[in-house]
Design a protein around this ligand. Structure first.
Ligand code: SIN
Length: 336
C-alpha cells in the first residue's frame, strides 16, 4: 500500500514538473556595445520585436545597447556565467576562445562585403560558428557591419603616414600586428572607452566602419578619414550553449527561424546604413574623407600583407584559402 502511494505521489510530482517545464518562460538579455542606430543595434531591436510578436509570453527579450549592462571587458564572461543570454561581439573579440576566427581580421583579405558573405555561407564559415562550443559559446549567425576605414588626427594617404601614431584597436593580435607593420602603436581599448581616450589625446587614430565612426562622433578629434576598406568588421551572434539547448525544441526552432529572418534584414541593410553614415559625415562638414586610388591602396596592401604569413599557422591555411576563394576574382590567390 505504502509503495503504491509513493508511486502515485512520484507520478503526480513528475506531472507537475513536466507541466511547469512546458509552460516555463525564458528571458533573453541581449547586451551589446554600440548605438541603436547601427546595423547591430537595429538587428537586436528587430529580434526583440519579432520574438514579442511570435513568442510573447514564452520568451522575452531585453536589449541593452551602448555597453549599458556589460562592455567589451566582461560581456563574454557574463555570457558564459549565464548573466546574459545573447551577444553579438565583433569577430575580432573572440581570439581568447579560438584563433581561427582571426581570419576575419587579416587586412585586405576580402574584396568587399559580398565576398565576406560568400565565405560566411560556405562550409568553412559555417564550421567556425561552432568553434567555441567547448567554451559554452554557440554561434547562431553572422551579422554584417561593414568594411573598416581609417580615422586619424592627420591625413593618412601613404602607409608611413601612420608611423608614430597610437591607434585604438579591438583586442585582436592580428590587428595589433597590422599596425605594427606601419610603425604605429596599437592600443587595445574597449569600444566604450574610446571616446574618452580620444578626448584625452592618448590615441590619435583608429579603424572602424562608417556607422561606428559616425555614431561615436570620432571626427571631433579624428577628422581625417581614409576610405581604405582594408578589412571587415562583422559580428557573430552568440548564445550560452547550455542555455540555448535548454530551450524546448519547438521554441528554439521558432527562435532560430526569427534569427534567420533578422540576419537577412541586417545583412541586406548594413551596407546601405554605412553608406548613409558616410554621407552624413561628409555633409557634417568636419570630416575630410580621402578615397585611396588604386596605387595608394596597393601600397597599404603591400605594407599590411606580411601579417598573413605571421598568422597562417594559428588560423589555418585551409581557412585563409577558403576566404580567398570567396573573392569573386580570387586574384590574390596566386600571390599568396
Ligand atoms: C562593435 O561594432 O560592436 C564595436 C566594434 C569595436 O569595438 O570597434
Amino acid at each position: 500500500m505504502k509503495t503504491l502511494i509513493c508511486t502515485l505521489l512520484l507520478g503526480l510530482c513528475a506531472g507537475f514538473v513536466q507541466a511547469a517545464e512546458k509552460d516555463k518562460s525564458f528571458t533573453i538579455k541581449f547586451s551589446h556595445v554600440v548605438a541603436d542606430d547601427t546595423p547591430k543595434g537595429q538587428g537586436a531591436l528587430l529580434f526583440k520585436q519579432l520574438v514579442a510578436e511570435r513568442l510573447g509570453g514564452r520568451v522575452q527579450v531585453e536589449v541593452y545597447p551602448n555597453s549599458s549592462l556589460y562592455g567589451d571587458a566582461n560581456e563574454l564572461q557574463a555570457l558564459q556565467n549565464g548573466d546574459v543570454q545573447m551577444l553579438a561581439p565583433s569577430l575580432a573579440k573572440f581570439s581568447q576562445y579560438t584563433q581561427q576566427l582571426q581570419v576575419f581580421d587579416l587586412p585586405f583579405l576580402f574584396d568587399d562585403l559580398d565576398s565576406v558573405n560568400r565565405f560566411q555561407k560556405g562550409a568553412k564559415g559555417r564550421q567556425l560558428l561552432s568553434a567555441m562550443e567547448k567554451h559554452n559559446v554557440t554561434g547562431l549567425a553572422y551579422w554584417h557591419n561593414g568594411m573598416k576605414q581609417l580615422a586619424a588626427n592627420r591625413a593618412l594617404i601613404r602607409p608611413n603616414d601612420a608611423a608614430g601614431l597610437s591607434f585604438r584597436i579591438q583586442p585582436s593580435p592580428v590587428i595589433e600586428s597590422q599596425f605594427a607593420q606601419l610603425g604605429a602603436k596599437a592600443v587595445k581599448l574597449p569600444f566604450a572607452e574610446t571616446p574618452n581616450a580620444l578626448r584625452a589625446g592618448t590615441i590619435q587614430g583608429t579603424e572602424n566602419t562608417w556607422s561606428n565612426i559616425h555614431s561615436q562622433h570620432y571626427v571631433e578629434q579624428l577628422p581625417y578619414l581614409t576610405e581604405s576598406n582594408h578589412g571587415v568588421l562583422d559580428y557573430m551572434l552568440v548564445s550560452n550553449t547550455q542555455f540555448w539547448y535548454s530551450i524546448p525544441h519547438a521554441i528554439r526552432m521558432e527562435l532560430e527561424d526569427i534569427i534567420v529572418e533578422v540576419t537577412y534584414t541586417v545583412n541586406q541593410a548594413a551596407e546601405q546604413q554605412n553608406q548613409n553614415d558616410r554621407q552624413k559625415l561628409l555633409a557634417g562638414g568636419k570630416a575630410q574623407v580621402t578615397a585611396l586610388n588604386e596605387a595608394e591602396r596597393e601600397a597599404w596592401r603591400g605594407a599590411m600583407r606580411p601579417v598573413w604569413q605571421q598568422y597562417e599557422g594559428e588560423i589555418g591555411a585551409d581557412i585563409i584559402r577558403a576566404a580567398e576563394r570567396a573573392n569573386r576574382s580570387s586574384k590574390s590567390l596566386a600571390s599568396y
